[in-house]
Design a protein around this ligand. Structure first.
Ligand SMILES: Nc1nc2c(c(=O)[nH]1)N[C@H]1C(S)=C(S)[C@@H](COP(=O)(O)OP(=O)(O)OC[C@H]3O[C@@H](n4cnc5c(=O)[nH]c(N)nc54)[C@H](O)[C@@H]3O)O[C@H]1N2
Ligand SMILES: Nc1nc2c(c(=O)[nH]1)N[C@H]1C(S)=C(S)[C@@H](COP(=O)(O)OP(=O)(O)OC[C@H]3O[C@@H](n4cnc5c(=O)[nH]c(N)nc54)[C@H](O)[C@@H]3O)O[C@H]1N2
Ligand code: SF4
Ligand SMILES: [Mo]
Length: 700
């Protein structure tokens, strides 16, 4: 058995690179990652995080027994599973009895498998009866999701497989540092250029990704909306619109056009800092190519106007006929391992499985029937992630958290840490003792990726099977087992299977007929076909049981709106929620480095990765460094109205002089989320992680 090689996928990002694992049948046996060239997305390539991922399987770094906070010592002490589960069931029940079901909250994660996300949503609505559930995906791609739905009537991150990128004519990549956040995907951009295509990168920093660009536009953080509108203005002014496409395939052009025409190039230059000649050059490159794509990531999306910003980029695609056609379109590069599937099956505050809406009576009736409950027992929509975290200790008194580490990753994190501490009861299921788990009353040690089977939906909408390849250490149980046991203790013996395939079969039925229809997908098909793209409805009996092939490419015939037309959304630029002033004169933006993942809960426990990226830093321009008197490596404090974060100066010409950058992977005094602004986008409720006003000074 030891030499058996099992195909599976990486635990981390939305690329979900294929890998083979060998040697891990017994706990703590040395697990080896072996190249898996047959998986098309990464063709064997892995980044350092994927390559070192087995290190987090080791019982040296992870939780292997449940912990309960002792009344006597105030510390987390080992406990049995039975005690731990009973304490959680009692804690949640006590809150519900005293304050009502909505006083119990649930917080999930976009790294959870489809089966877990589905079960978590069902557990909240059916067992707890609470509306108060949301998840960290709200911090991730929610603005792009909202704009997708508005324009196309459907939200799938990429409407085409990654393999289409090298064959298009021009890509505008907006606020994605793919070279660090999805390194194996950089190949698609390299091949694009080899094929004669052009690449435009929009990022306030000259990142490793921007270095690949034919044209790099470096706007002030928070001004992408103006930039996109300025480009659309020029497209109109220079007669580069595709009138036939607009006429035949879209609606709402007149208003969107009028809104764009108010953003003349000189105004846009003033707002963004990008010169008019560069704007013209971008329009020329994009429109000269026969086909084109705009891809956004967190840069333009994590803003208090992220939804409108993405709408503006979509408008640019629609006006130029770069959508709903082969090798053209708008796409969002989703981030977390199951960032796509995690937003489809019901852990989001307003949602039921299959990307159905919780306030749609037909959706409620369909899902209630699958769940064997009356539709009127299903609660309505709840609060968004930040609003839920902000309500902890006041309206929401107990929380069950699975798959997130908000102490590090939530905006205005010191405040959120206080809210978590003020809860009557906090239960956390995790694989390691994260900073958030360390605050809990009960911590449950759970199995992770390679120790359990489940499906993930990658950034292309490709549903994948992540297979169990190694044995879990004794003492840990799966999230599905946890939810099943808690459901039982709370009076629901049936309906919460801990067998992932059984859960998937139920998810298929629950999603049938919804926008994200998985009903034609099975574990067997995924394994045989190396993934299946949704929507993939089950064949109706009268179709002669013809198997649906899945849908790698969306919108080629029609968009998913009622009339089949894509909708222009008229938008206008507005400033960031917090603009620089005399006291806080500098812009802070935040993001990632290649060797750390998210809150770092997993990757900070891998030696090779902590050596490569040992801690936070403050990236700043030589002019700014000189102004505050900081030399390379000096401790620098970044201070906002919310708080202060410190890191060594990293001085570079590759950032705008008016902007500093910090990665967000660390807790403690280098935690940049102490500083960030929780201003929310009115539609998506996305916090403004990518721009706030700060003061920068020597930390001494
Ligand atoms: N190594 C690593 N890889 C990851 C992750 C990780 O934590 N570490 N996380 C995964 C997840 S969940 C996600 S969501 C993705 C995120 O993937 P990306 O979106 O690529 O990552 P970020 O670094 O957050 O932001 C991308 C870029 O946006 C730029 N930016 C900042 N402000 C602005 C702005 O106002 N406008 C524009 N246009 N750009 C701006 C930043 O300079 C940065 O280079 O990565 C995934 N992959
Ligand atoms: N300043 C700033 N802040 C940001 C961002 C930014 O760009 N700038 N980006 C935001 C984005 S895009 C995201 S996605 C969030 C992510 O931030 P978080 O939600 O904190 O994400 P992770 O660090 O991945 O946390 C996942 C936790 O779940 C655990 N875990 C892993 N697998 C499992 C599992 O199968 N079951 C259970 N129960 N637990 C598991 C991990 O050990 C870890 O503790 O951060 C956001 N915060
Ligand atoms: S790019 Fe993403 S999925 Fe691929 S190995 Fe790295 S972290 Fe894993
Ligand atoms: Mo994300």
């Amino acid at each position: 058995m030891r030499d058996e090689t099992i195909p599976t996928h990486c635990p981390y990002c939305a690329l979900q690179c294929g890998m083979n694992l060998r040697g891990g049948k017994a706990a703590d046996a040395v697990v080896e990652v072996v190249e898996r060239p047959d998986f098309p997305v990464n063709r064997g390539a892995l980044c350092g995080k994927g390559r070192t991922s087995p290190a987090v399987l080791s019982s040296r770094v992870r939780l292997t027994e449940p912990l309960i906070r002792s009344h006597a010592t105030g510390r987390l002490e080992p406990a049995t599973w039975e005690e731990a589960l009973r304490t959680i069931a009692d804690g949640l029940r006590r809150t519900r009895d005293a304050h009502g079901a909505d006083a119990v909250g649930v917080f999930g994660g976009g790294g959870l498998t489809n089966e877990k996300a589905y079960t978590l949503g069902k557990f909240a609505r059916v067992v707890l009866g609470t509306s108060q559930i949301d998840y960290n995906g709200r911090f991730c791609m929610s603005s792009a999701a909202a704009a997708h739905n508005k324009a196309f009537g459907l939200d799938r991150g990429l409407p085409f497989p990654l393999e289409d990128i090298p064959r298009t004519g021009c890509v505008i990549l907006v606020g994605s540092n793919l070279a660090e956040t999805m390194p194996p995907a950089l190949r698609y951009l390299t091949e694009l250029k080899e094929n004669g295509g052009t690449l435009i990168v929009v990022d306030p920093r000259r990142t490793r990704t921007a270095e690949q660009a034919d044209l790099h536009l470096a706007p002030r953080p928070g001004t992408d909306l103006a930039l996109a509108l300025g480009l659309l203005h020029l497209v109109v002014a220079e007669g580069r619109t595709d009138e036939q496409f607009i006429e035949e395939r879209t609606s709402g052009w007149a208003d969107a056009r009028a809104a764009a025409m108010a953003h003349w190039p000189e105004l846009v230059e003033r707002l963004t800092g990008v010169g008019v000649p560069q704007l013209r050059e971008a329009v020329r490159m994009f429109c000269d190519a026969p086909t084109g794509m705009v891809l956004t990531a967190r840069g333009p999306e994590q803003q208090s106007k992220g939804t409108d910003t993405v709408s503006a980029w979509i408008n640019l695609c629609l006006a130029t006929g770069r959508a709903g056609r082969p090798l053209s379109g708008y796409g969002c590069l989703t981030g977390q391992g199951n960032g796509q599937g995690g937003r489809e099956h019901g852990q989001k505050a307003d949602q039921l499985p299959g990307y159905r809406k919780l306030d749609d009576p037909a959706a409620r009736a369909h899902v209630a029937e699958v769940w064997g409950v009356a539709p009127e027992t299903l609660p309505g929509p709840g609060r968004s992630a930040y609003e839920l975290l902000d309500a902890l200790g006041t309206d929401v008194k107990s929380l069950l958290l699975m798959g997130s580490n908000p102490v590090v990753s939530a905006p205005r994190a010191a405040h959120i840490e206080e809210r978590l501490k003020s809860l009557d009861f906090l239960a956390v299921a995790d694989v390691v003792l994260s900073e958030t788990a360390a605050l809990a009353d009960v911590v449950l040690p759970v199995t992770q990726w390679a120790e359990e089977t489940g499906t993930m939906t990658n950034l292309e909408g490709r549903v994948l099977l992540r297979r169990r390849a190694v044995d879990a250490p004794p003492g840990v149980r799966s999230d599905l087992q946890v939810l099943g046991a808690l459901a039982g203790l709370l009076g629901h013996e049936k309906g919460f299977s801990s067998d992932p395939e059984e859960v998937f079969e139920e998810l298929r039925r629950a999603s049938a007929g919804g926008p994200a229809d998985y009903s034609g997908i099975s574990y067997r098909r995924i394994a045989e076909e190396n993934g299946v793209f949704w929507p993939c409805p089950a064949p109706a009996p009268q179709d002669g049981a013809e198997v649906h092939p899945g849908t790698p490419r969306l919108f080629l015939d029609r968009f998913a709106t009622d009339d089949g037309r894509a909708r222009f959304v008229p938008v206008a630029h507005r400033p960031a929620a917090e603009e620089p002033d005399a006291e806080y004169p500098v812009l802070l933006t935040t993001g990632r480095v290649v060797a750390q993942y998210q809150s770092g809960a997993q990757t900070r426990r891998v030696d090779e990765l902590t050596t490569a990226a040992p801690g936070p830093f403050v990236e700043l321009h030589p002019q700014l460094a000189e102004r505050i008197g900081a030399a390379e490596g000096d401790p620098v404090a970044v201070v906002s109205r919310r708080g202060r974060a410190v890191g060594p100066a990293r001085i570079t010409n590759g950032i705008r002089p008016d902007t500093v950058f910090m990665p967000f992977h660390w807790p403690g005094e280098g935690r940049v989320n102490t500083v960030t602004n929780p201003a929310l986008d009115p539609t998506s409720r996305m916090p403004e992680f990518k721009v706030c006003a700060v003061r920068v000074e020597p930390a001494a």
